[in-house]
Design a protein. Structure first.
Length: 284
């Protein structure tokens, strides 16, 4: 089992210290959330049963590529992921360039978590049509992969169109940084199966995982893809090896955790987790 530290509920002043200690203790990865902007007036939530955004509009938000590059320079082995990057809100040239830069400076320690987004008001603020987000995500991913792997490309789609361009340098990771697709619907499962190297469910319980994993495997087989789709799961407490074993039995490969109750307790929390669970769970 792999363990990733989630920084969404952690004070940004603690990010560097937790990343550095997590690197020293052997945590596999650390993950930052992402938004372009949070409108003051917004409705809905990415989590079932909630009627308001889980974060206030005034919460500090940083550019994930810049901040993760900074953290990469302070560490040696820990990987860094976006959980998740709203790829459809940006032009794929910008996305591909930023992702490549982070992948190079981290020497392949970048996990590119992406999502189609849920916050309509954020799209309204960016003057983009929320109803087109799925198609924009598909086109953007297709373009990024072409930029990362081809010498010369051109593209003419519904939302992005350009004549021949070159893109250098290529990413450190080959053929490109792992794409981890977030989301729960049929489109997210399709992307995880046919484009991604991994999947991050947002509103799945453990008991719901096997059916969705089976669907991903079915789609991968139909596309002729033989490599396994890595399953990343977050949201639940991990207090014992039994919790880890149960997640593994349901198909989870990576658990996203935040073993602290407050930012002041974060360093002690990850030390305790490393002693009691991280080491013993290495063979699970």
């Amino acid at each position: 089992m792999k363990f990733g530290l989630t920084f969404g509920a952690l004070n940004p002043k603690s990010w560097e210290g937790v990343a550095v200690l997590g690197d020293q203790l052997g945590f596999e990865s650390a993950w930052l959330p992402e938004h372009m902007v949070i409108p003051v007036s917004a409705a809905g939530s990415p989590h079932h049963g909630q009627e308001h955004p889980p974060i206030p509009a005034t919460v500090p938000i940083y550019d994930v590529f810049t901040y993760l590059a900074f953290l990469a320079g302070k560490t040696t082995t820990i990987k860094f992921g976006t959980h998740v990057y709203n790829i459809g809100l940006r032009h794929p040239f910008t996305v591909a360039r930023a992702a490549t830069t982070l992948d190079i400076v981290s020497q392949g320690r970048f996990l590119f978590g992406i999502g189609a987004s849920w916050l309509k008001e954020e799209w309204d603020a960016a003057e983009l049509d929320f109803s087109t987000r799925g198609k924009r995500v598909d086109e953007s991913l297709e373009i990024c992969i072409k930029l990362w792997t081809n010498e010369i490309i051109e593209y003419h789609g519904a939302h992005f169109s350009f004549n021949e361009v070159a893109f250098e340098p290529k990413p450190f990771s080959k053929p490109h940084p792992p794409i981890i697709v977030g989301g729960d619907g049929p489109a997210a499962l399709r992307r995880a199966a046919t484009i991604g190297q991994g999947w991050i469910p947002m509103n799945h319980s453990l008991e719901q995982l096997p059916a969705s994993i089976a669907r991903i495997n079915e789609l991968r087989a139909a596309a002729g893809i033989t490599e396994k789709c890595e399953i990343t799961m977050g949201g639940g407490p991990v207090t014992s090896l039994d919790d880890v074993k149960r997640c593994r039995e349901f198909g989870v490969d990576r658990m996203l955790i935040n073993p602290w109750k407050s930012s002041r307790e974060a360093l002690d929390g990850i030390k305790e987790f490393a002693d009691t669970i991280l080491g013993p769970a290495s063979d699970i």
